[in-house]
Design a protein around this ligand. Structure first.
Ligand code: AP5
Ligand code: MG
Length: 214
């Protein structure tokens, strides 16, 4: 089964995608993680997009689409994938739906934006794997270190208050309107997430996906 996970910056897409991937053995495909790995490895792509990511802007549609096409054609995506961070523009959405994949649903993680600032300011990530932590809500076993590799965690450069505000603005102006278009083409399920713990949100998602997956 292929699904699209949709939501504002910090809505919990990466957190829920990891839980869904673990439960259903689908591949978690995060365009943000792919771009951050490219930046960390200083590849030509990484050099090109680093400043855009840091500023919270959008990487151009054609580049994103080529990147996604490459990723989704790999064998590990053939049994199902969870798309996290794509599409972000109407053009990306329209092109995605011409690729021939069957999408079972769009899961929209709805969270009040005031609740998100605090989440993002205290987020820490392991760049190589994309694993996500929160210093209070989801702390690593050893402070500052990834649970699996024990490598250092970092704070994303776009997780400082001014950048977070810029990302919300980009989301509200360019990405949120895409939801209407997606909903006109694919079944949409809104997951009300404000004030709920990640595990509670996941239970709702699991119940819904279990029914669809039967
Ligand atoms: P991307 O990495 O996709 O960033 P984003 O959409 O801004 O989303 P985040 O990763 O910040 O948040 P999330 O929803 O995954 O939340 P998380 O689970 O981590 O993209 C980054 C950049 O790449 C973009 O700005 C753009 O420049 C570029 N880019 C990517 N895709 C692109 C595209 N298609 N086109 C153009 N450019 C593109 O959770 C956040 C925190 O909250 C964590 O600390 C977590 O532990 C905590 N948390 C999670 N759930 C809960 C809960 N229920 N309660 C309390 N805390 C929680
Ligand atoms: Mg994420």
């Amino acid at each position: 089964m292929n699904i699209i996970l949709f939501g504002a910056p910090g809505a919990g897409k990466g957190t829920q995608a990891a839980l869904i991937a673990n439960e259903f053995s689908w591949q978690h495909v995060s365009t943000g993680d792919i771009l951050r790995s490219a930046v960390a490895s200083k590849s030509p792509l990484g050099v090109k997009v680093g400043s855009i990511l840091d500023a919270g802007g959008l990487v151009d549609d054609e580049l994103m689409f080529n990147l996604l096409r490459q990723r989704l054609s790999q064998p590990d995506c053939q049994n199902g994938f969870i798309l996290d961070g794509f599409p972000r523009t109407l053009q990306q959405a329209k092109t995605l739906l011409t690729m021939g994949f069957d999408f079972s649903c769009v899961l929209y993680l709805e969270v009040e934006q005031e609740a998100i600032i605090q989440r993002l300011s205290n987020r820490r990530i392991h760049v190589a794997s994309g694993r996500v932590y929160h210093t209070v809500y989801n702390p690593p076993k050893n402070e500052g270190l990834d649970d699996i590799t024990h490598e250092p965690l970092i704070r994303r450069k776009d997780d400082y208050p001014e950048r977070i505000r810029d990302r919300f603005q980009v989301f509200n102006e360019s990405t949120f309107p895409v939801l209407d278009y997606l909903a006109s083409q694919i079944e949409q399920k809104t997951i009300h997430s404000t004030g709920l713990a990640a595990e509670e949100i996941f239970l709702t998602i699991k119940e819904y996906l279990d029914l669809k997956n039967k």
